[in-house]
Design a binder for this molecule. Structure first.
Ligand SMILES: Nc1ncnc2c1ncn2[C@@H]1O[C@H](COP(=O)(O)OP(=O)(O)OP(=O)(O)O)[C@@H](O)[C@H]1O
Length: 377
């Protein structure tokens, strides 16, 4: 992560605080992400003491630091503190992965978190620092892909997403999908790999073909009038948590959040039924999708959604589902080069693009015949 980027983050944070719009702390300190947990812990404790006054005088023995997730993007730590009054308090400390600013706009993320957490979504933002942020710890379990097709949970996710899409975030309301895809395309098409096998696989990719697909899909999806909303853009099972006793659902991780097409957010979510293994036999069937759409469209009276609205929603979602494959296929190519994390990003990119090619004919003709029927094509 470059120094310029860090200062941008701090500027956003300072500006928000100066305008009295936020009540989170900030510090220019950074924590080296390559350290082992035992070596990193004293630095994390020092950071927490610097950020939170009430902890500044506590003995280090009152802090414990553990790993919550190695993520495929960041390192997430849980810091538990025994306060002087005997209370146990936990927070999460997120350390941004090196080079993630090639694929994540941190300013956009920070701006979104402030407003989303104020609207009751996700964990509360408590502090930002040089290469990460501190948030409240959520006591809930993280979903696994198969949870998402559980009909009760699917209905809850749809309802929650409907609310999420109503949050207003200041700034430009331009949908970002094609800007992001175009940025990813530029970056992804000019890579070079030191590893010979990776380079060989990379050279087999036809960027000319991908470009043509992007142009056609952009043109077609533009006719579908998908509403532009503030979208999560990465609603996979690992970014949804549920507290079963309180029946409370949490969306977390707004790294990719932006104004975007509603159909993209939902089509992307449906693609995630397949999990990281990309088992697309798990993609929701029409009945499961309609169940989701009903609860999204009319959360209080889902059974009253009209066939016409459901059909339009189906066409919209499955056209943008195709764009989601291209988005993440390009993203994974950049990650394959930039990320230090041991994950087969190149293989993942191929799985996503192959699935795009497998599905495109069916869903593009569906959208075309829908548009010609409705006279808007
Ligand atoms: N505030 C929180 N409280 C408790 N657990 C959390 C919190 N935020 C995240 N988690 C847990 O950590 C996991 C990883 O979090 P998150 O998705 O935000 O990290 P990430 O590095 O972006 O991961 P990935 O790149 O895999 O999406 C989540 O799936 C969830 O289990």
């Amino acid at each position: 992560m470059g120094a310029v980027k860090i200062w941008n983050e701090m500027d956003v944070a300072m500006e928000a605080r100066d305008n009295g719009r936020a009540d989170f702390q900030s510090s220019p300190l950074t924590v080296e992400t390559s350290l082992s947990l035992p070596d990193m812990s004293p630095h994390v404790i020092e950071l927490c003491k610097d950020l939170f006054n009430k902890w500044s005088k506590l003995d280090d023995s009152r802090f414990s630091v553990e790993t919550v997730s190695g993520g495929i993007t960041n390192l997430l730590l849980k810091v538990s503190v025994k306060e002087e009054n005997g209370n146990d308090v936990s927070v999460t400390v997120r350390l941004y992965g090196p080079n993630t600013d090639y694929v994540i706009n941190r300013e956009r993320e920070l701006q979104a978190i402030k407003y989303l957490s104020a609207a009751g979504f996700g964990a509360k933002l408590l502090a930002v620092f040089g290469n990460g942020m501190v948030q409240s710890f959520i006591n809930a379990r993280t979903l696994i892909p198969s949870d998402m097709r559980n009909s009760k949970l699917a209905a809850e996710i749809a309802k929650q997403l409907h609310k999420f899409h109503q949050v207003e975030i200041p700034g430009s309301k331009e949908p970002q999908l094609w800007n992001d895809i175009s940025k990813f395309y530029e970056k992804a098409s000019g890579l070079e790999f030191d590893d010979i096998e990776k380079q060989r696989m990379y050279e087999a990719i036809s960027f000319k073909e991908i470009h043509k697909e992007i142009v056609e899909l952009k043109e077609l999806s533009g006719h579908l009038n998908s509403p532009v909303v503030f979208a999560h853009n990465d609603l996979l099972s690992g970014n949804i948590m549920v507290n079963d006793e309180q029946e409370k659902l949490y969306f977390i991780d707004f790294e990719y959040g932006s104004y975007n097409y509603r159909g993209f957010d939902i089509g992307n979510h449906f693609n995630e039924y397949a999990g990281y293994d990309c088992d697309y036999s798990l993609y929701p069937n029409k009945e499961e999708q309609y169940h989701f759409f009903r609860h999204y469209l009319l959360p209080d009276k889902p059974d009253e959604a009209s066939d016409k609205d459901l059909e339009a929603f189906y066409v919209e979602t499955n056209t943008f589902m195709l764009a989601s494959h291209i988005f993440w296929a390009l993203w994974a190519l950049i990650q394959a080069k930039m990320s230090p994390i041991d994950f087969d990003y190149l293989g993942y990119s191929f799985l996503r693009y192959n699935e795009y090619k497998k599905q495109k004919e069916m869903y593009i003709s569906l959208a075309q015949s829908y548009l010609s029927k409705s006279g808007t094509g």
